[in-house]
Design a protein around this ligand. Structure first.
Ligand code: NDP
Length: 451
């Protein structure tokens, strides 16, 4: 049977675009459909605009520090519309880069919604239909709102980048990556931030000491963080929103932001009835080769809800091409993925938390927390944390947790050693770079705990 394309990809985010390009490089005839903007969540409404907002929000702190270093700093305001214009111009530029990359790779693109009519046929909202030998679903995920009265009045992370004016006050619901990052960003930009998290401590699943320090620093920086608190309802009133919390009195905010998780975009693709497995969380079920139960249909990235991170989606896309178009079956390695949470201070982390590791085997914990030179000089009480979780049996570093400015950059480097299986003694053999924060990673001599 001849097909219109060797590969039809649904979704033009990080994973889909990378898979399209590398598949096309093998000589395959590739098409890609995207119903929204090229670049997907990461480029258009996630990592990239978020990181630019992180940079914008760090300046007030930097200016305070500059004063202590002898600079005369003139007070000024933050011009959100000016920043937003610049931000959107940058996103437009990046979207153009993504389109160009696809064009230059010879990938046919369709600006349309796509759904599967059968295991080898994609039908577009334009009415066109194409047959393909392989179909790759890379449709990502979307933010979810909880089911409660007035939830429709709350915004989600997609909406943050579209604010006409910054709200004076905001309530952020949730304690995950997005809630904590935006609590810090908006606080830095001068918004009065309240954060409600239903659990006992934010950033569930991360190392307890690391999340404890970030939580303290967020409160210290002015975020009104209420733990063990959720909301029952939202009611619009006087141009704002009155929120009924599970504890305490009703309060009014200019804006309410749900950062309560994301859901895979697996609906509306025509998968029902084709035999593709869909999990309880709406994720497309795939093998280690990203293949669904229907042999011609594959899925990568957030729609599969494995590790919802851009670089992971990209790797899944490349492993798919390696497997299907290069005859080299390549499972995706989801073990030891370094990640950063761009709170202020940042968390950089890889491997097991102390709590997870001690449930598995006897460990040693090396940890230090101190005031870093730069901000200490400026009179700040901010602390950083460097932590290594080490196997007693084979001395391998099982986990590394850093809370510090630049922790994301540091964990990328430490991650190489840890992924290679470095032991504590390997770390110790490396000479310190002085004076830096990260030198502590190679100078911690005595375990603080052995469990
Ligand atoms: P997360 O799953 O990280 O966090 C969701 C938060 O919402 C949790 O604190 C959860 O609480 C809470 N929550 C869920 N349902 C409700 C509810 N009904 N009422 C109140 N609270 C609720 O999701 P995010 O949306 O923050 O991020 C999604 C994913 O995107 C991340 O897991 C990450 O993989 C990725 N991401 C990565 C970033 C990075 O690399 N820096 C940045 C942003 C996102 P509980 O803990 O109790 O379940």
């Amino acid at each position: 049977m001849t097909f219109d394309y060797d590969l039809f990809i649904i979704g033009g985010g990080s994973g889909g675009v990378r898979a399209a390009r590398v598949a096309a490089e093998t000589g395959a005839r590739v098409a890609l459909a995207e119903e929204s903007r090229y670049g997907g969540t990461c480029v258009i409404r996630g990592c990239v605009p978020k990181k630019l907002m992180v940079f914008a929000s760090e300046f007030p702190g930097e200016m305070q520090t500059a004063k202590a270093y002898g600079w005369t700093v003139h007070a000024g305001g933050f011009d959100w519309p000016a920043f937003r214009t610049q931000l959107h111009a940058e996103l437009d530029r990046l979207e153009g880069v993504y389109r160009k990359l696809l064009k230059n790779s010879g990938v046919a693109t369709y600006d349309a919604h796509a759904r599967l009519s059968d295991a080898h046929t994609v039908t577009l909202s334009s009415g066109e239909s194409f047959s393909a030998k392989h179909i790759l679903i890379a449709t990502g995920g979307a933010p979810v709102r909880p089911d409660l009265p007035g939830a429709e009045h709350g915004i989600v992370s997609d909406d943050i980048f579209q604010f006409e004016t910054l709200p004076r006050s905001i309530l952020i619901i949730g304690g995950g990556y997005i809630a904590c990052e935006f609590a810090c960003i908006l606080n830095g930009l001068g918004v009065e931030v309240t954060q409600y998290y239903r659990g006992a401590q934010i950033l569930r699943g991360f190392d307890d000491e690391a999340r404890g320090l970030v939580s303290e620093e967020m409160i210290e920086s002015g975020i009104d963080l209420k733990l063990g608190t959720n909301i029952l309802s939202i009611t619009p009133e006087d141009g704002g929103y009155v929120v009924k919390p599970t504890h305490g009195d009703e309060k009014q905010f200019d804006s309410v932001f749900f950062a309560t998780g994301r859901k895979p975009n697996s609906e509306g693709l025509g998968l029902e009835g084709l035999g593709v497995g869909i999990g309880r969380g709406a994720q497309i079920e795939v093998s280690e080769y990203s293949q669904t139960a229907v042999p011609s249909i594959y899925a990568i990235g957030d729609v599969t809800d494995r590790a919802n991170l851009t670089p992971v989606a990209i790797r899944e896309g490349m492993a798919f091409v390696e497997t299907v178009f290069k005859g080299n079956p390549t499972p995706v390695d989801h073990h030891l993925i370094p990640t950063a949470i761009f709170t202020q201070p940042e968390i950089g982390t890889i491997g097991l938390s102390e709590e997870a590791a001690r449930d598995i085997e006897p460990i040693e914990v090396y940890c230090t927390s101190f005031k870093p030179m730069k901000s200490n000089f400026a009179g700040s009480v901010d602390r950083v944390l460097m932590k290594l979780v080490v196997s007693q049996a084979d001395r391998r570093v099982l986990g590394c947790h850093i809370v510090a400015p630049g922790a994301g950059e540091m964990i990328q480097m430490a991650g190489i050693a840890i992924k290679m299986g470095a032991t504590k003694e390997d770390f110790d053999r490396v000479c310190a770079v002085h004076p830096t924060i990260s030198e502590e990673l190679v100078t911690m001599k005595t375990p603080v705990r052995t469990t």
